[in-house]
Structures are given as C-alpha cells and as structure tokens.
Design a protein around this ligand. Structure first.
Ligand code: EPZ
Length: 421
C-alpha cells in the first residue's frame, strides 16, 4: 500500500497545470476500436485508469504506443489493425468502471460482447440497466450470467431511447453502439457532461454523424465505417476543482492552468459564495482566499449542476467554514465515506442519508487516515494540506487512478508532501 505523508498548514501558492479529463479519456480510448485506422489521442492524463485502458486495448490485439511530452501531456496512438474480439482480458476490466464501454464498442464492431460487470469506486449501487435497455432497443440480445454481461446482435438498428435517469455512462455507451448501426438513433434525456461532447467530437472527426451532444437529445446517424483521427482530450475539470478547493482551504493563491472555465462554472460559483476571489483569464483561473471560508449549501446534480465528483473535496473546505453548511448528494447513495476519516482530523460533520450537515471548525489537525475511494482520497489530501501537523494517508493508489503526478504538483505549489510505497 502506498501512502502520502503531508505536513499541512502551508498556503498553496503558484501555478499548476491541469491534465486531460479522466472520464473523457476512458470513453475515447475504447472508441478508437470502432475505427478502421490509427487514432492519436493527445492531452491524455498520466493516471492509472488510462494505463489500465491502454493495457485492455493491447490485450485485445491493438498496437498501442504511449509517449509523454516534456509538458507532461501524454499522447497515445492506437492502431486497431490486429484487434481480436476474443481476447477480452477479464482481470483488468474489474479494476475499471469504464470497462463497460467495451460492451457498446464490441457490439458495434463485432456483433457480440462478453464483458465482466464493471468494478470501480465503491460509492453505492451502480446499476447499468439503462445501458442494457439501450442495447436491447438497438436490437441486441443481452443476458447477465456468471458475473458477465453477454450481448449479441447480428446487426444493430437505430432506435429511439428515452433514458429513465440521466446517466453519463449509458449516454456514452449507446452513442458508441449506435455509431455503426443501420439508421438513426435518438437518445432522449441524455447526459450533457462535457465529456459526452468530447466523445462526440472524436467520433465525428473519425467520420461519425453525431448531433446534439451537450443537449439532452442526441441524434446518431449510423455510418458504415470510421477512420482514425487525431483528437485532443479536454482538460479535467474535477482535477482543476480539486486544486482550487485545496487553494481555498489553505488560504492560498493559485493559478490553475489549462482549464475550460465554462466547465467550472458551478464550482466557481460555490467557491465565490464561500468567499474566494476568482479571476478568469483565457484558459487560466486564479483563486485567492483570504481568511476563513463562509458556510454555503451545495447540492450535487448532473451537468451543469455542481459535480458529484467535486463534492467530497468541497465538504473539507466547508468543514473549515464559519457557520453550518448542508451538502446534499443526489447522484450516488453512498458518497460520504470520507466523513468518518475526516472526523479523525477534527471535523464536525453529521451524515443523514444523502445529506451532510457540516458545522465549521476553526482548524483541522493531522491524523492517520485511509482513502476509501478516488475522490475520498482527494478530499483527505485537501484536509491534510489545510491541517496543522502531519497526516498519513494510506490507500493512495485510489488517488493515482484519477490524479496525475500529485506529489510533484502539490510540492510545486509549496506543499510539504512525501510518498512511501
Ligand atoms: C460517471 O459514472 C463517472 N465515471 C463518475 O465519476 C461520475 O460520478 C458519474 O458519471 C456522474 O457524473 C466515469 O465516467 C467512468 P451515471 P457513471 O451513469 O457513468 C444511476 C469519478 O470519481 N444509473 O451518470 O457510472 C446511477 O446509479 C467517478 O471520477 C442508473 O440508475 O454514472 C446514478 O445514481 C465516480 N442506471 C446516476 O444514474 C444506469 O444504468 C448517474 O450515474 C446507470 C446509472
């Protein structure tokens, strides 16, 4: 088990460059299997989830070349010429939630898919019924047996699909499956997250005909084949949000570079309400925080609402605020596991179902804590940076899944962070 040892209490100051968006990268990487030619993906984050996906594509017979530029940005070239659908590496798919995108891709490409039910962060029930409903509407026969999803469809045909819940994963999976289907597919009540748009941009650059991504109605006119293309992954707004929240919690002054400010509107609005001073210039957001944060209420919602993936770090900032904040988690049923660990550091938070009632305290104190999921780990890092004394965070591999070069980036901002394997 790897751990981070953080000596807190230093305001973060300086510049940090955000990497490519994790949840976009893990959707576009499998989409490269739909193309007949070579795809080059730029601005990939250097995180474990990307490495696992690259392994999956390699295991399926693709030629995958990874290069890292001096800026730290990664580029992957995927040549699917040697692709063999029979070799799905079952062990790695369990480590990664987004392995479920192989279902849509393999169905479209080969007419059948056998993929283990996905793994990923333990944040409550994570059904995939809407994905399966979409595949069935496109004409697939889908069964779950022995922990595997088995789907077959000699030919997929376009259909109208109304999602019962706004699901990022189902929207993306149906888009992937429908790209090579015969006829037009319409997804209604679709997710509007920027990574849905990013995937549509990749697919369209490769020759697909996807319209409406970013709205709640997406139309996909099936095409016979896709070519490869070059595509740059959009910046990770959750990584950006995490650094901004950490800057606010440590009362620092940080320039967060390589962001699309619009994607951060809901987070910026809440940080502003909490007392942060935020300036936007091009693709840079500068956050300055003087004094103690103010209490604010936060409710997580699908985009363009406040993102659930920034909720856990945000509870840390609010635990230091003057007054009582109420945080309501409306996406996941069990996304307050970090709260028990935060209590060891002196927070005063009561969780009732999907609501956390946070009585702000004046200071946090370092303690040994354990990351239980990716964003819980990020929340503990924020808490440790703001706390007096030393915090040891175990389970840091979970953070490696979604945050690149954490040690280097934090120490570059003046933090005191060490790592032990
Ligand atoms: C994606 O998960 C992200 N993961 C999650 O990021 C993120 O929290 C989530 O979207 C919401 O933004 C990836 O992109 C790999 P959903 P996903 O389908 O697609 C319910 C992180 O920390 N639902 O949008 O699995 C579901 O239970 C992670 O980076 C169904 O009921 O989420 C949830 O309440 C964690 N049936 C809601 O919809 C379904 O078939 C939204 O889930 C699918 C989902």
């Amino acid at each position: 088990m790897a751990k981070l040892i953080i000596r807190g209490g230093r305001p973060l100051r300086g510049r940090v460059r955000v990497g490519g968006r994790k949840n976009s990268a893990v959707a576009v990487l499998p989409a490269t299997l739909l193309a007949d030619g070579v795809s080059t993906l730029e601005n990939l984050p250097s995180i474990d989830d990307v490495r696992v996906y690259a392994d999956i594509l390699g295991g399926l017979g693709c030629d995958v070349q990874i290069a890292t530029a001096a800026s730290g940005n990664g580029t992957i070239t995927v040549n699917p010429a040697g692709f063999s659908p029979l070799a799905v590496p079952h062990d790695v798919t369990k480590r990664l939630r987004a392995s479920y995108y192989l279902l849509g891709v393999l169905l479209a490409r080969c007419g059948r898919a056998e993929v283990p039910l996905p793994g990923g962060c333990d944040i409550g029930l994570r059904p995939i019924d809407q994905h399966l409903k979409g595949f069935r509407a496109l004409g697939a026969d889908v069964v779950i047996e022995h922990g595997m999803v088995r789907a077959t469809a000699p030919a997929l045909a376009g259909a109208s699909i109304y999602l019962d819940v706004v699901s990022v994963g189902a929207t993306i999976n149906i888009m992937l499956a429908a790209t090579l289907a015969e006829g037009t597919t319409v997804i209604e009540n679709a997710a509007k997250e920027p990574h849905v748009v990013d995937l549509a941009n990749y697919l369209n650059a490769a020759g697909a005909r996807v319209q409406g991504a970013g709205t709640d109605v997406i139309r996909i006119r099936g095409v016979e084949r896709l070519n490869g293309c070059t595509h740059s992954i959009i910046p990770d707004e959750i990584e950006a949000a995490t650094y901004m929240i950490a800057a606010a919690a440590t009362r620092g002054d940080v320039l967060v570079e390589n962001v699309i400010p619009k994607h951060l509107d809901p987070v910026v609005a809440k940080l502003h309400e909490a007392g942060a001073d935020i300036e936007e210039e091009g693709d840079v957001l500068r956050l300055k925080m003087n004094g103690r944060p103010r209490a604010v209420n936060v409710k997580t919602l699908p985009y363009p609402g406040f993102p659930t993936d920034a909720q856990q770090p945000m509870t840390v900032l609010l635990s230091l605020a003057e007054g009582t904040s109420i945080v309501t988690e409306s996406i996941w049923e069990s996304r307050f596991k970090h709260v028990d660990e935060l209590k060891r550091m002196g927070t005063s938070i009561r969780v009732e179902g999907r609501t956390a009632i946070i009585e702000g305290v004046e200071r946090l104190t370092g303690a040994p804590v354990r990351a239980t999921d990716l964003r819980a780990g990020a929340a503990l890092v924020v808490a440790a940076l703001a706390a007096e004394g030393e915090t040891e965070i175990t389970g840091i591999e979970l953070v490696d899944r979604g945050y690149e070069r954490v040690l280097e980036k934090l120490n570059g901002l003046g933090a005191d962070v060490a790592r032990e394997e």
